[in-house]
Design a protein around this ligand. Structure first.
Ligand code: SIN
Length: 336
């Protein structure tokens, strides 16, 4: 008697959040004067002709989690994304999740998900963010190829962790940064370099898949469902003539002025060079620390990390994270 083989159908979840990839301009030659977040994720996928061939028997499940220009990203959207990503990854027949996202804050969203999605899920399945530098209405949009490449990565055997795919390059969530205002190959992984390339649909892997973030952070976020109550962490920057004025203003608010702003819990200083800080700004940051504010120092440099040196060591260093990612890390730590 012939044995019956039951094949469980497999799925890939694609979550839309908006961005230039979903953008539209009146003129197809206009690659900058467009409105982001105009096209729904299902319509976006329908405009990628080679997608059904790549998917084979794998079914797509689409969901519009948000429809925004990513410069307007909020904690509420990130929280919803975390929940929806978790929901889909928990389904046994879902192989992974692809997220379409604006390029401007993609690196922050990728890092946030890397920190908060359960390590058990992330070590088994991939979450792949993708984007575009040209709107969907452009003469030669880059979104369709980026979607194809992201799907190819998500369907690759053994793929796991949070990644970003843009212009045929795969970056890990911890190191990816947007480095170009206009060109299609707009992302870089600094010293770490890319994880892989996608070439004609085939993956050329250079490094292991990214390790998930620490479990402690993943547990801490579960305690605070209301995103209005997430710890407030601000970024200040060092530069020529930097003063302590911004920090002093934040401390004055903290001291109980008329403002209803949430209590400041942390500050990230985006230092110059090796995390260096103007003496006046440094003094203000010390006062903030004495008032109970946690201070982390990062560097504005694209490469390298902050190395220990003299007085600036009074502040925790960002462990190589950019200022915006160090802010997310500190905020999540403060939830614990
Ligand atoms: C955005 O970040 O939503 C707009 C810019 C882009 O996607 O390139």
């Amino acid at each position: 008697m012939q044995e019956m083989i039951s094949r469980t159908p497999v799925k890939l979840a694609v979550l839309g959040t908006g961005g230039t990839i979903a953008g539209a301009a009146v003129d197809p030659l206009d690659n900058v004067g467009y409105a982001a977040a105009q096209v729904g994720v299902a319509q976006l996928l329908a405009s990628v002709p080679a997608l059904p061939r790549l998917l084979g028997a794998c079914e797509l499940v689409t969901e519009q989690v948000a429809q925004i220009d990513s410069k307007d990203m909020t904690w509420a959207v990130l929280y919803a994304l975390w929940q929806r990503v978790t929901h889909h990854l928990l389904q046994p027949d879902v192989l992974g999740v692809v997220i379409t996202h604006g390029t401007d804050t993609l690196a922050e969203t990728a890092y946030f998900l890397h920190c908060v999605v359960s390590p058990a899920l992330l070590s088994a399945k991939p979450v792949v963010l993708t984007c575009a530098m040209r709107p969907a209405s452009a003469l030669a949009p880059d979104g369709p190829q980026n979607v194809l490449d992201a799907v190819a990565v998500a369907l690759s055997t053994g793929a796991s962790g949070v990644m970003a795919v843009c212009a045929g390059t795969v970056h890990g969530a911890e190191h990816v940064q947007k480095v170009d205002t206009y060109r299609r190959d707009a992302f870089d992984s600094g010293d770490c370099g890319p994880l892989a390339y996608v070439e004609e649909g085939a993956l050329r892997q250079l490094k292991s898949w990214p390790e998930p973030g620490a479990n402690v952070i993943n547990l801490a976020i579960k305690n605070i469902a209301n995103t209005d109550d997430w710890p407030r962490v601000e970024i200040v920057m060092n530069h020529v003539g930097a003063s302590g004025a911004m920090v002093e203003a934040l401390l004055a608010q903290r001291a109980g002025g008329p403002s209803a702003a949430p209590l400041l819990r942390g500050l990230v200083v985006a230092g110059t060079g090796n995390g260096t800080i103007h003496a006046d700004l440094h003094a203000a940051l010390r006062r903030a620390q004495e008032a109970g504010v946690q201070v982390v120092r990062a560097s504005c440099c694209q490469r390298g990390r902050v190395l220990p040196s003299g007085d600036v060591d009074q502040f925790t260093d960002s462990q190589g994270l950019s200022a915006v990612k160090a802010r997310i890390a500190l905020m999540l730590r403060l939830m614990g």
